[in-house]
Ligand binder design. Sequence first.
Ligand SMILES: Cc1cc2nc3c(=O)[nH]c(=O)nc-3n(C[C@H](O)[C@H](O)[C@H](O)COP(=O)(O)OP(=O)(O)OC[C@H]3O[C@@H](n4cnc5c(N)ncnc54)[C@H](O)[C@@H]3O)c2cc1C
Length: 392
Amino acid sequence: MKSANIFGHSETLMDLQARMRDFVDREAIPREHPDLVHDVEKLDQIAHLLREKAKAAGLYAPQLPTTYGGLGLSWRDRAVILEEAGRSFLGPLAINCAPPDQPNMINLIQHGTNDQKKRYLESSIRGDIRSCFAMTEPAPGAGSDPSMLKTRARRKQGGWVIDGRKWFISGAVGAAFAIVLAQTDEGATMFIVDAENPGYHVLRNIPSIDGYQIGGHGEIDFVNCEVNDDAVLGEIGKGFTYAQVRLEPARISHCMRFIGRASRAMSIARDYVNTRYSFGSRLSELQQVQAMVADSHIDLHACRLMTWHAAAKMDAGESIKHESAMTKVFVSEAVCRVADRAAQIMGALGMSEDTPVSLILRELRPFRIYDGASELHRATLARRILKGGLRA
Ligand SMILES: Cc1cc2nc3c(=O)[nH]c(=O)nc-3n(C[C@H](O)[C@H](O)[C@H](O)COP(=O)(O)OP(=O)(O)OC[C@H]3O[C@@H](n4cnc5c(N)ncnc54)[C@H](O)[C@@H]3O)c2cc1C
């Protein structure tokens, strides 16, 4: 049944959505394989292949302005397209709309000099190189609390010397450059550091619960890492402000992709319960199974509404300070509930790697930690509500 188009999605968008769905079904999903999990090299090869196909299909870089070779979609339109791409682990990579490159490209567009754009942005957009964003540090450094930043940049003649340790840096293995947050006398500052810099060392790829992150999650050492003045991204001392501006839309983009992934898990589970029998009835006829299917549908509907609302506010140029936190908490937890129910009603098969469901569950779980743990957002929201700055 066709529902009323109360969100004003255009025919052009619906056509793009259909083409993205077809592309993901034909090109991305068939290339998924558990062997790719944690295999940085193979993931890179597949990303390159898929990007060429996405370019040829006119689906590449929906998030970037047309002046930068993208499709120039609004946030609201992006929500629909990213959900479609996000059904596959490989979809967002194929269209070069996956973190950390996606928010790094935005940082470069917003704050990069012409030289930085020429050197780092153009080849990132083409998908020739990858990058990473290095903020988190092992204890006693910055984690949930960025003010604990220990990585330090000292001035030297014509440049800076960076020292410190970062970890859980997504995409670090094989990245051509890192955007690094370091403390200076003038405040936290973003620096662009080439991977070839002799003071930059990727120590290891940290094995983690999720497996389809291109470039893994690296631990990086900065030892006497010398960079020139032109390595500063934007203004000195504005690092925390830029990180915040980066994170708010980045969280919403994650929500868009992960709604697609959780919805796919549930559609795989639906096929299972519609055909599997237990004690003389189909699983889909059991009320406890039906409740899980219905609750998942409700969760996903609420996820979409919150995400689309935040997207509409961004399109209107309004602040999403509160929406970014609320949506991130709700969606990160709801998509985990959905994937967990999908795995549960599939029994042993749901625990296996014979279907993508268990891998989807693993992929979604860390979203409750990165880009601000749920507890942190709840604490911030509660403070604002209790002070009267937000409606109770
Ligand atoms: C898969 C993955 C990818 C990541 N990618 C990147 C990346 O690319 N770049 C990068 O810089 N970082 C990245 N991170 C790191 C991520 O940003 C941090 O894990 C996150 O900021 C939390 O910091 P922490 O791990 O040090 O946890 P901690 O700060 O040690 O906190 C641990 C837990 O304590 C609780 N807690 C913390 N503060 C509060 C509070 N105020 N109120 C109540 N409870 C609280 C929360 O439950 C939290 O999960 C990634 C992490 C993961 C898991």
